[in-house]
Design a protein around this ligand. Structure first.
Ligand code: NDP
Length: 452
């Protein structure tokens, strides 16, 4: 496909326009470039997509809502934060995507996440559009009461823009089950409706079994599918995981269950290296540290007597499996080369856009099995979709039933990537496969709607 004449010129012209229209948004430019590199040749081979200007339309959000959140801290001080909801595309279903609370949140970060979410949600096969939201509010060091007041203040504005058939937010960095509880409670007070307007809810009020575990488990199921194409399995392999939040903890849990030895975990201050492996007992301790005591990973190193590497990332530790599960751009080209030189076999991205464009290039050039985020971490939003279905039907499925559906969805996403990403030599470029399979469904719906 890359032999189509003029592809490079078309790509660069498109990107130049996008950068001009969206100044100062490097994360958004990066996410679009990764997709456009795959999709431009595909669009050029399909004049109906080109004539309908699908790529140009799809990279312009339907709307962005920006608002001030005023709240009060425990000492009575008045605080103001900025919040956004980027409603990117509802072409194949109501807007769907998480909320992130972190000081690094900007409009650019939320646009990259919302754009990725369109194609990811399309890949799941469920009827979900793409969105993302959040705030530059930092929950770190805040009391539970402060977090509650912030969530309530945010929902005072957000409730006007969401609804079970309009836009259904979920969690992301800094927004876990506690925050979803506060947000949902306030939505109910304001709207006087008990409805599936958020996902990731507690089991007592409409949540789904396996939603908490879904992103991490799903990333490992996707890894299993990739390894099987080379006759390999997870058992007996050494895995390096970054992060120690929702995605990382449940990726570690599933890797353990399938017989891998996970030797690292991290947070934004550094990483721990535990050659013994973060086994079931140590993982239970780490979960308690992160989810209940809200502590830092260096405490794990003190407790279990292993090494803590301050201000470093774990990619120099030899492994066959790497799962970046913390944040965007946490793994660069040098890290990728180091991993490959140390015997890397496969990468499954639990976080969104954790690998830089240079790192992705290195993985593809050196034939590492590389599962990009929009395919590998789609399990979270997929089970959110299943939570919406259960809410609409007013029933709850068993753990086994939800896990079965999650495995099936991850298997199907892998198949879609193979169908659109297999090269002439039989190897699979999962980046191209995921981008094209995700794009095609959305593009076909847009064509069917005419010029809207
Ligand atoms: P959590 O808030 O539960 O955990 C985030 C983890 O990443 C923490 O260990 C955090 O450390 C670390 N981290 C956050 N920001 C940075 C940073 N700038 N540099 C280094 N480390 C950082 O979030 P999740 O586990 O939910 O999300 C992790 C990733 O997975 C994100 O990219 C998210 O978009 C993605 N994702 C999440 C889904 C979900 O269902 N939750 C679904 C699909 C993707 P610290 O405590 O120091 O901040």
């Amino acid at each position: 496909m890359h032999r189509i004449p003029g592809v490079h010129e078309r790509l660069e012209k498109f990107m130049a326009g996008l950068v001009r229209r969206n100044p100062g948004e490097p994360e958004f430019h990066q996410a679009v470039r990764e997709v456009a590199q795959c999709v431009v040749p595909f669009v050029m081979a399909h004049p109906e997509y080109e004539e309908a200007r699908i790529l140009e339309r799809l990279t312009e959000p339907d709307r962005i809502i920006t608002f001030r959140v005023t709240w009060q801290d425990d000492r009575g001080g008045v605080r103001a934060a900025r919040a956004w909801r980027v409603q990117f595309s509802n072409v194949i279903g109501p807007y769907k995507g998480g909320l992130r609370f972190h000081p690094t949140v900007t409009q650019s970060v939320l646009k990259f996440l919302g754009f990725e979410q369109i194609l990811k949600n399309s890949l799941t096969g469920l009827p979900m559009g793409g969105a993302k939201g959040g705030s530059n509010f930092s929950p770190r060091g805040r009391s539970a009461n402060e977090v509650m007041r912030f969530c309530q203040a945010m929902m005072r504005e957000l409730h006007r823009h969401i609804g079970e058939d309009t836009d259904v937010p979920a969690g992301d960095i800094g927004v876990g089950s506690r925050e979803i509880g506060f947000l949902f409670g306030q939505y109910m007070r304001l709207a006087n409706r008990f409805t599936g307007v958020l996902t990731g809810k507690g089991l007592a009020f409409g949540g789904s079994l396996v939603r908490t575990e879904a992103t991490g488990y799903g990333a490992v199921y996707f890894l299993q599918n990739m390894l099987a194409t080379r006759g390999e399995e997870i058992a007996g392999k050494t895995a390096v995981v970054s992060g120690s939040g929702n995605v990382a903890l449940y990726a570690i849990e599933k890797l353990n269950e399938l017989g891998a030895t996970v030797v690292t975990a991290s947070d934004s201050n550094g990483f721990i290296h535990d050659p013994h492996g973060i086994d079931t007992e140590r993982l239970a301790w780490l979960k308690e540290l992160k989810e209940v005591r809200r502590g830092r990973v260096h405490e794990y190193a003190q407790h279990f007597g292993c090494k803590y590497h301050e201000k470093q990332r774990p990619w120099r530790i030899p492994c066959q499996l790497a799962l970046p599960c913390a944040t965007q751009n946490e793994l660069d080209a040098d890290d990728a080369e180091a991993l490959i030189d140390n015997g890397l076999l496969a990468v499954s991205e639990g976080a969104n856009m954790p690998s830089t464009l240079g790192a992705v290039r290195a993985f593809l050039a050196r034939e590492v099995l590389f599962g990009p985020a929009k395919a590998a971490n789609a399990g979270g939003v997929a089970v959110s979709g299943l939570e919406q279905s259960q809410n609409a039907l007013r029933i709850s499925w068993s753990r086994e039933e939800v896990d079965r559906q999650l495995r099936t969805i991850m298997h199907d996403i892998h198949e879609k990537c193979r169908q659109d990403g297999t090269d002439a030599d039989g190897s699979v470029n999962y980046v191209r496969g995921a981008n094209i399979a995700g794009f095609r469904k959305v593009a076909d719906a847009m064509i069917a709607y005419g010029i809207v």
